[in-house]
Design a protein around this ligand. Structure first.
Ligand SMILES: *[C@@H]1O[C@H](CO)[C@@H](O)[C@H](O)[C@H]1NC(C)=O
Ligand SMILES: *[C@@H]1O[C@H](CO)[C@@H](O)[C@H](O)[C@H]1NC(C)=O
Ligand SMILES: *[C@@H]1O[C@H](CO)[C@@H](O)[C@H](O)[C@H]1NC(C)=O
Ligand SMILES: *[C@@H]1O[C@H](CO)[C@@H](O)[C@H](O)[C@H]1NC(C)=O
Length: 363
């Protein structure tokens, strides 16, 4: 019986030695020194005597002795490019004594935190970012208190700087208090905001905005849109809308607020001018206006000589064209491949400019 026991002892001993080696090895590999950008950094050569003669390398490049104080490496006013692997070798034997990863960065500044409900009354989300990069791995901790109870914020997997809160009760008069703490190896920083349920309601912009000319109405444009698809209950929580429009060549918006419905007819458009149109939405009672919808373009119907109508159709509907002059339908050349094209484009440009100056003069 004695033999197997001693064999087992050997196995255990060998395993212990191997484990010890692995541990020492990984300890050596895992030295990390974090340093704040712009500070002076002193790296010790492990437990080597401070007066010993050593050589330091940065990413395998030798560093000259001007950086040394005894066996210590001194780096003044470190910048990002000085991150890297630093190794220290004993003078004569070139025996590796110590290796450390220097990571230069900054502690996080106060994070920017925002909470918003775009699907009232289902819930709200909070999102955040740092005002400046830290060049480090930052971690975030969020705490949400409502009615002196902590509520969970579910992380969106793909966007890690965002989480979602489901309302347990609506129409609560108690404030929500949200604290976000950003942490990295150089420090941490927090932001706290507090708000009531109604103030953070902000729908997404209206969708499927379409603007069209109305045949035989040179000053009208028909605009239609849809509720944002994220808005869950339009019947119980109707939205109102805000429309803004302007000719591309004039930098001043006209506005209309609409308490209901999802269409509007603009009746005061300038004949023949291409318009840019956007719509925003807001809950009838609470919260703030959405961002503007994606801009759509349209030009009122114009009476044009017969041979032009087929060609002009493409530009009359909601194209995404951004040029004011190319689509000015009154001055549109009859054939874009015609040799006179550049001359007539230039002419239409001059005509449009004169028109603008003329209208500015009379405002
Ligand atoms: C070297 O390091 C010692 C101990 O930190 C310090 O007192 C001394 O001023 C340093 N010398 C130089 C030249 O920086
Ligand atoms: C070390 O190498 C890394 C990665 O290539 C580089 O970003 C860094 O600037 C280097 N550090 C030094 C001190 O050369
Ligand atoms: C951040 O973490 C990843 C994975 O944990 C690591 O590969 C990377 O080097 C880290 N970056 C910094 C700057 O510490
Ligand atoms: C208009 O001018 C541009 C450059 O000035 C030239 O490349 C183009 O061929 C001209 N088009 C016509 C139709 O003359």
């Amino acid at each position: 019986m004695a033999f197997p026991v001693s064999a087992a002892c050997w196995v255990v001993l060998a395993a212990a030695v191997a484990l010890g080696y692995v541990q020492r090895h990984s300890q050596q590999e895992s030295h990390v020194h974090y340093a704040q950008l712009g500070t002076d950094v002193t790296l010790q050569c492990g437990s080597v005597d401070p007066e010993a003669t050593v050589t330091w390398t940065a990413n395998t490049t030798d560093l000259d002795a001007s950086h040394l104080n005894g066996s210590r490496l001194v780096l003044h006013n470190v910048d990002l490019s000085q991150s890297g692997q630093y190794s220290c070798y004993e003078g004569t034997s070139w025996h590796l004594k110590y290796r450390v990863n220097l990571k230069v960065g900054t502690p996080p500044k106060e994070p920017v935190l925002m909470c918003r409900s775009n699907n009232y009354p289902n819930g709200f989300y909070c999102s955040w970012h740092l005002p400046s990069p830290t060049y480090m791995n930052d971690t975030y901790d969020i705490t949400i208190i409502h009615d002196s109870k902590e509520i969970a914020c579910k992380k969106d997997i793909p966007a890690k700087n965002r989480c979602y809160i489901q309302y347990h009760q609506v129409f609560s008069s108690k404030k929500y208090r949200v604290t976000l703490t950003a942490t990295n190896p150089l420090g941490s920083s927090s932001t706290t905001i507090s708000f009531d349920e109604f103030s953070i309601v902000k729908p997404d912009p209206p969708e499927s905005v379409v603007a069209k000319p109305i045949a035989h109405n040179p000053r009208r444009l028909q605009v239609t849109w849809q509720y944002p698809s994220s808005w869950p209950d339009p019947d119980s929580f109707p939205l109102k809308f805000f429309l803004r429009y302007r000719p591309l060549i004039i930098d001043q918006w006209q506005h209309v607020e609409l308490s209901d419905g999802t269409s509007h007819i603009i009746t005061d458009a300038y004949a023949g001018k291409e318009y840019i149109i956007q719509v925003a939405a807001k809950d009838n009672e609470i919260g703030t206006w959405s961002d503007w919808s994606v801009a759509v373009h349209a030009t009122p119907w114009t009476e044009e000589p017969k041979h032009l109508t087929t060609e002009a159709q493409g530009t009359e509907t909601t194209t995404a064209s951004t040029s004011a002059f190319m689509v000015a339908p009154t001055a549109r050349p009859s054939d874009p491949d015609d040799a006179g094209n550049n001359a007539s484009v230039a002419l239409s440009l001059v005509v449009s400019l004169v028109l603008v100056l003329f209208s500015i003069h009379f405002i």
